[in-house]
Design a protein around this ligand. Sequence first.
Ligand SMILES: NC(=O)c1ccc[n+]([C@@H]2O[C@H](COP(=O)([O-])OP(=O)(O)OC[C@H]3O[C@@H](n4cnc5c(N)ncnc54)[C@H](OP(=O)(O)O)[C@@H]3O)[C@@H](O)[C@H]2O)c1
Length: 402
Amino acid sequence: MREWLYDVFRERPWWMSATMIFCAWMAFVYVPWDLFVKPVARDEEIWFGIEFRGLLAKLAALPHWFVYGAAVHGFRRRRPWMAIWAPAYAAQVAFSIFVWKALETGGLTGIVFGFLFALPMTGLAYAFWSRRDYFAPRPLGLVARYGDWALVTGASSGIGAELARQIAADGMSVVLSARRGDRLSRLAEEIEKASGVATRVVVADLSERDGQAALLDGVDDLEIGLLVNNAGFGYQGRFDLQDGERLRRLVAVNCEAPLVLTHALARRMCERGRGAVLFTGSASGHQPLPLHAVYAASKAFGLILGESLWGELRAANVDVTVLEPGSTQTEFHAVAGELPHPGAEVEGVARAGLEALGQQPSILVGWYNWLRSNVASRLLTRPVAIHAAHALMKKQTPEDMR
Ligand SMILES: NC(=O)c1ccc[n+]([C@@H]2O[C@H](COP(=O)([O-])OP(=O)(O)OC[C@H]3O[C@@H](n4cnc5c(N)ncnc54)[C@H](OP(=O)(O)O)[C@@H]3O)[C@@H](O)[C@H]2O)c1
């Protein structure tokens, strides 16, 4: 509990924390009560100094709910959009108080009263504006936190290649691993030119025990401070139509290899008293996913393993985080045999994972994925969630594999 409180309140100025607590009270207690319990006839809301009553007040409470809910998230996770959000909302409240008090009292006295009553909120809006740098993106500081070398698996394309670029741009040297050596060599050259760090290429097939061992041998002389378990692939289609050997390889790459690598390298991190492991999981790991069954199960394994280790390895100063992207524009869809569909850009996905490292056990990237996963896993019953996921997956599956 003490650790959790330290996590929630560290770094932020006290008055921002106080505002965050107030927003949490509004989002989780007051506004739900106001919306669902308070009688419609007694309801009133004020926006920009205009008073709404009755049903209109109920409707006007919805944006309030959204504003306070988003503010709690924004303060907690230090989101860049809070630099505008916080002063703008405080200024809106100040303006509302001014208009409301001026109209209520009337005349010049009303204006003076309005001004005086609005002063504290105006001060808060100013304070947020002058400390907007608090929400600006910060350097990751990976070298100082974890050491000189990172190992990125699945670095020959997509999210892994981008993670390697961003880690190197922050000053860490990187070991790049995958099966396609030519791609890795090209990326190593690009990274050395752009970031001036050292690189090493280790070609390994992680679906085989020998490949996993070869990768560990290939980094044995290095102090790996950051392990990125990113290599992985999907396999779309009906279970009874799928190839058994390919399913075995999927489980080996997505589950066994991260387990083996983490077990070997995290042990050394614990001995050194610092280090980090980033798993690339998936939003798919939160719920059953017909037509992507083994893949979803493999990502659920990574999610639970990573989050459990987050709790376990903290005492040894080793950070663990599971990055959970939704659909992302990489070679993943083609490799998995999915019909083409849109996805997020890799830059934002990789950045989200690296920023979450040391901050939280897992991060679902994108509000849509966050909402969908939480609705499916927490609000819907299991059969309803499974039927909905099945309907969605059918649209992405070639007809002969449905
Ligand atoms: N793109 C998405 O929509 C999405 C969504 C959620 C989660 N993810 C996860 O993100 C991670 C990265 O995928 P991506 O989207 O960047 O796809 P990608 O472009 O296909 O990259 C996959 C990487 O994994 C490597 N890999 C695959 N099989 C391997 C094996 N047997 N041994 C060693 N390396 C292997 C590939 O390298 P080689 O082929 O050269 O070996 C490649 O570098 C995966 O864990 C995936 O599950 C992706």
